[in-house]
Design a protein around this ligand. Sequence first.
Ligand SMILES: [Zn+2]
Length: 483
Amino acid sequence: MTADDRSHDASERPAPGLQHADVLIDGAVVVTMNARRDVLLDGAVAIAAGRIVAVGDASAVRARVTAGETIVGRGFVVTPGLVNTHIHVTGEPITRGFVPDDTPFVENVFQWLCPLYAAQDEDDERTSAQLAAAELLLSGTTTFLEAGTVGFLDAVVDGLLEAGIRCRVGRWIWDLPPEPSVYRQTTHDAISRLEDELARYGTGGLVEAWPMVVGHTTCSDALWSAASGLAREHRTGLNFHMSPAAMDPEHFLATFGERPMVHLDGLGVLSDRTVMAHCVHVDDTEIDVIARRGASVAHCPTTALKVAYGVTQIGKVPEMLARGINVTIGTDGNNAANSSDMYRAVYLVAGLYKDARRDPTQVPAEVAYQMATLHGARALGLADEIGSVEVGKRADLVLHDRNRPEWTPLFNVANQLVYSADGRGVHTVFVEGRKVVDAYRLTTLDAGELYERAQRAGEGVIARAGLPDESKWPARGKGNAGA
Ligand SMILES: [Zn+2]
């Protein structure tokens, strides 16, 4: 397309006279992710009252916008903020990397992670959530879907609102064993907790609660039905884990005589509001069910690699994409995938199946990036609100710094975003028009104070959990807490 075509982009809203904007980003490369996937080489984006009010060629936008703040866009690539559809923000950020990397799945969850989660207090969870938010924002993720493992919801919501990130969170809900006693719930208790969190945080904010359940084999049919009924009633999503390993399908087959997706569909759980993390061990019948119901899948490649799920051997992401399933990308917990930089996950999404199938046409860069933006937005029920740089959407934007080696030279921006760039080059971030990262620094939190607080909190949690330090390198001397 020509520059002239772009200046008449349908996403621009013609306006008589000058239009006021709070911020104008003027003269940047703009990756719109609009329906045509336009890339504006000399583009501009105007923000007012938290929304994008103009996008187009810089000369055209400049001529009709007057702005409170103008950011010289030369040297930046503007993209939508990424959407991380599966991350544990409590427990694991502050104990990141403590769990040895050679533990099998069941030992990992029940001998290591559950005791760490159980040892947290309210302040620990608030600190952990803020550390997660800091890492996400600083690496260009503006929205996340939490995994449903929050113990102290009020403290976590408070901490996340202070951080200024968009997210959906949920309390730790399960009603079947095995569970640590600290989380033990009856079915009645579990449903009451879901109703309570929805009543307090169900709608209308940057941070909202969803009726999430941990999933796997830890929910009774009554709880599955109640959670999905609440999601329908409150028009929220429903989020849970399923089938990262063979354990879940084996349990469902032994208990119900049918595979997980088939059983859940029989309960009315699967719909276009459902987001399921992992779905590695699924068969073709289950893919049919997921496709038919319009449910979303959160693919977590960094976890799959480290916890040995077999995603490259039996995972079916290409088949799911071919069936039109809304496959999204998550980073999961910081003791499974120890980094929450979505760019590492996006890179793996584009690369793993090329190698596994020995076919370079698998999961093109453009598709991997779409999974981290538009698909994530759709999974969260926010397809009309985030995921692209278009007029009317909320101003969740990332400015990547081109004055860096991994951004130089710049020819094919999709390849650059997926294979070269990562969170290191994220210079400025807006969430709903608020500048939350400015010149590589958080504006909402004191990062140095947060990192010290997180180190102390993590040390306390590990001590209370009573777990051994199994670092293989002998540590000597007395440590001091970071900065
Ligand atoms: Zn998870």
